[in-house]
Ligand binder design. Structure first.
Ligand code: FAD
Length: 447
């Protein structure tokens, strides 16, 4: 007998199992690897396997959003952070681990917990009853993926291949770029100045197109070769390869965009569209790419106005499934149409090991409170946990929802008068206070 069923023993499911077990609830953890099934990216059968890099990224909790997330997770007794700290390898200010020791440590901790039963089985349909957390990740097995599709509506399971970079608004040079919509067209909620426009002259444009054609690209893995490009999501370098004018008649067309500094349309343009409700993040329209990250940074900083651009996310290409969380999930990560089911991890539309584990942690805390007949309020948006959760359950536009790493652009802005050099510390100090207050309130809920 168990109190809760967790499907998927990856980064999110392992963290969720630990949190619930530590809270005194009996967990059944179903993991298909080790039971005759495999995903296209995993290599073995340990829980919490890191499929690609061995890094949990920056561990600087004072000035980095993912470092802050580490800190918050440690405060909340995360097994992922405990085992990462125990197995770390030298990597500057990043937290990198010995991947085998790490996942071995997580597997042992869970296997030895009296409240956890690990079952090596593949689940093919969403359970019709009983409290459940689905944490099957970006490579959810096909049977369960279609069951989720049925429960959430036909097009609810979004597949995509290429994503476009996102730039921090305050790193864009607005002495070069300007705000305008094409033909000054006023949209339903805009003022006719909705886009940031970065102008290019003829010479700059052709040098840029050549840079795309020559740039270092990520190669497809075998299992990715059959995946078609997502409709309307052609990588920009593939368009560039079709001919020097293709982009100028596509996403980079300058028509209808009067540059106030010249009074004319630019030869070509790069447009950025607001990406979050706060207006701190802007995505490069039509700039999905599989250029390698270093090549993206180098080339995109040749765009006038983006010379000093800082990227909240770079473009990338990999096959990925996730649900339209802002539309489908409530504030407690429950499926609105079947509230005994919660989702956690990358399938909710966060991106990265740490973020996935963090959402596993939050989902488990919500579930534990509910099993105890109480409701835990979501962590406040000033915390990294709350900012990330806000992206999933509310902040983003459901129609254009895309997975995202945690970053300061997801946090409510600081007061205007905080100086630029003090801003990161401003975010992290404010987060510390907010987390402490939330934990105090949560104790009240638990009592
Ligand atoms: P996972 O860790 O994938 O765990 C899901 C688990 O569910 C798996 O163990 C799987 O076997 C199991 N499962 C699936 N379906 C079923 C089923 N029907 N029944 C039972 N079990 C099932 N993030 C980074 O931070 N750094 C990287 O370098 C990185 N590289 C990546 C490379 C690739 C190719 C991919 C696909 C993703 C990469 N990611 C990376 C993102 C990474 O997947 C997530 O960060 C993280 O692993 C997701 O955690 P999760 O718990 O949501 O899913």
């Amino acid at each position: 007998a168990h109190d809760i069923h967790i499907i998927g023993g990856g980064l999110a499911g392992s963290e969720a199992a630990w949190q619930l077990a530590e809270a005194g609830y009996r967990v059944r953890l179903s993991e298909m690897r080790g039971g005759g099934d495999m995903t296209p990216a995993h290599q073995g059968d340990t829980l919490a396997e890191m499929v690609c890099s061995n890094s949990f990224r920056s561990d600087d909790g004072d000035s980095n959003a993912v470092g802050l997330l580490h800190r918050e997770m440690r405060t909340l007794g995360s097994i992922i952070m405990r085992e990462a700290d125990a197995t770390k390898v030298p990597a500057g200010s990043a937290l990198a681990v010995d991947r085998d020791l790490f996942s071995g440590g997580v597997t042992n901790a869970l296997a030895n917990h009296p409240n956890i039963t690990i079952v090596r089985e593949r689940i093919d349909t969403l359970p019709s009853e009983g409290m459940t957390i689905v944490a099957t990740g970006p490579l959810t097995a096909a049977g369960l993926a279609s069951s989720i599709g049925e429960a959430t509506g036909k097009d609810a399971l979004a597949f995509f291949d290429a994503i476009a970079p996102i730039v921090y608004r305050d790193s864009i040079d607005m002495d070069i770029a300007w705000m305008a919509s094409r033909w000054d067209k006023v949209g339903p909620i805009g003022d006719g100045k909705d886009y940031i426009n970065c102008p290019m002259d003829k010479e700059q444009y052709h040098a840029f197109v050549q840079g795309l054609v020559d740039g270092d690209k990520t190669e497809f893995k075998d299992w990715e070769k059959d995946t078609p490009y997502f409709e309307g999501c052609m990588p920009i370098e593939v368009m560039a390869e079709r001919g020097p004018e293709t982009l100028r008649f596509g996403p980079m067309k300058g028509v209808g965009l009067d540059n106030p500094r010249t009074g004319r349309w630019p030869y070509a343009v790069v447009q950025l569209r607001q990406d979050n409700a706060l207006g701190t993040l802007w995505n490069m329209v039509g700039f999905q790419t599989k250029l390698k990250h270093a090549a993206q940074v180098e080339l995109f900083r040749t765009i006038p106005g983006l010379e000093k651009a800082e990227f909240a996310r770079l473009g990338g290409l990999h096959r990925n499934s996730f649900i339209r969380s802002p539309e489908l999930l409530d504030q407690q990560l429950r499926l609105k149409s079947a509230p005994h089911i919660r989702f956690a991890g990358q399938i909710t539309g966060c991106e990265g090991y740490v973020e996935s584990a963090a959402i596993g942690l939050v989902a488990a805390r919500f579930a534990a409170a509910e099993l105890g007949g109480r409701t835990l309020p979501p962590p406040p948006p000033e915390t990294a946990l709350g900012a990330l959760l806000g992206h999933i359950t509310g902040g983003a536009d459901a129609a254009s929802y895309q997975p995202m790493n945690v970053n300061f652009g997801l946090f409510p802005p600081l007061a205007e008068d905080v100086r630029k050099k003090d801003r990161k510390l401003g975010y992290t100090q404010r987060a510390g206070t907010a987390l402490a207050e939330w934990m105090k309130a949560a104790e009240g809920v638990a009592a």
